[in-house]
Design a protein around this ligand. Structure first.
Ligand SMILES: NC(=O)c1ccc[n+]([C@@H]2O[C@H](COP(=O)([O-])OP(=O)(O)OC[C@H]3O[C@@H](n4cnc5c(N)ncnc54)[C@H](OP(=O)(O)O)[C@@H]3O)[C@@H](O)[C@H]2O)c1
Length: 263
């Protein structure tokens, strides 16, 4: 799984097409989308001009669609929109306590066995939820995608992933720009002569955490990709790990009734 990917949340229409083309031309070969982002069809249009075999494509099933047949239906629609025969990774976007996880994992296992998805995983799962999924799944849980940046380090979850051969992917890796103001990040930016974003992405990559920054600016898309070309010293990784500020930037909005629980 490529260590850096292109995030596409909140990018739709022409902006997602333009940004994705910039990213693919720069050398990104990993794209993160979801049925909930409502941009799979535009992404599919762009992908027609690129070699599918060289790309790692992730999508996610919404927590309202976690019953067995709904998972199969969601994947079918994602493949159709993306114009591909398979996904490299298919994630449960959020846990849903109203739908049996065993049922969802059976559906994902069926998709895996039929070759429609090469790997499966979860997103926004706590250590406890991940542990349950890992225990009951017939096929390996390859990834947990969670909010992970210098103000939300998830050390315990990361250690659990490392010891169970599960890759952690950092969603909102730049904390939606908030963390770029952090004084430690800015000191390191001066020291390495790298942008604050490159420091944050380099910190994730150094810990083998896959990172998927989103941008609609050509300069940002290109400079973010270059974070793979430098290495932070261990002592500087520790400095970032010792930042005391804790702040999450996203959470499930219960107003969305995303669990599909009738009120
Ligand atoms: N699984 C989940 O529930 C979940 C949740 C959140 C996100 N995600 C995934 O993770 C991806 C990334 O997260 P995100 O989009 O929420 O936030 P993010 O990548 O942390 O931050 C995106 C913001 O950072 C800015 N930015 C990007 N590069 C920059 C740079 N070099 N310098 C300054 N600003 C920069 C972008 O603005 P510009 O356009 O101006 O560059 C944009 O406003 C998403 O797109 C999605 O694929 C998944």
């Amino acid at each position: 799984m490529p260590l850096i990917g292109f995030g596409t949340w909140d990018l739709q229409g022409e902006p997602v097409k333009e940004s994705l083309r910039v990213a693919l031309d720069k050398g990104y070969n990993h794209i993160d989308t979801a049925e909930g982002y409502r941009n799979e069809a535009e992404i599919g249009e762009v992908l027609k001009s690129y070699n599918r075999d060289r790309l790692f494509l992730t999508s996610k099933v919404l927590p309202t669609n976690l019953h067995y047949d709904d998972v199969l239906g969601s994947l079918d629609q994602s493949l159709d929109k993306l114009g591909t025969d398979y996904l490299d990774l298919y994630l449960i976007h959020w846990p849903n306590p109203a739908i049996s996880l065993r049922e969802t994992l059976l559906a994902l296992s069926k998709l895996y066995e039929s070759g429609l998805v090469k790997t499966i995983g979860v997103s926004n799962f706590s250590k406890y939820q991940l542990r349950v999924a890992h225990k009951i799944s017939d096929v390996p849980i390859s990834v947990n995608q969670v909010e992970f940046h210098p103000w939300n380090r998830e050390q315990d979850l990361l250690e659990y992933c490392e010891s169970n051969d599960i890759t952690m992917t950092a969603s909102a890796p730049l904390a939606r720009t908030k963390v770029l103001q952090d004084p430690v990040i800015n000191e390191l930016s001066e020291k390495y002569q790298k942008t604050p974003a490159q420091i944050v992405l380099g910190w994730q990559i150094k810990q083998d955490v896959v990172t998927i920054p989103k941008s609609s600016s050509k300069d940002h898309i290109e400079s973010n990709f270059e974070a793979v070309n430098f290495e932070l010293e261990e002592s500087d990784v520790d400095r970032i790990n010792n930042i005391s500020k804790q702040e999450k930037v996203y959470q499930l909005d219960l107003e969305d009734d995303i669990y599909g629980i009738p009120s």
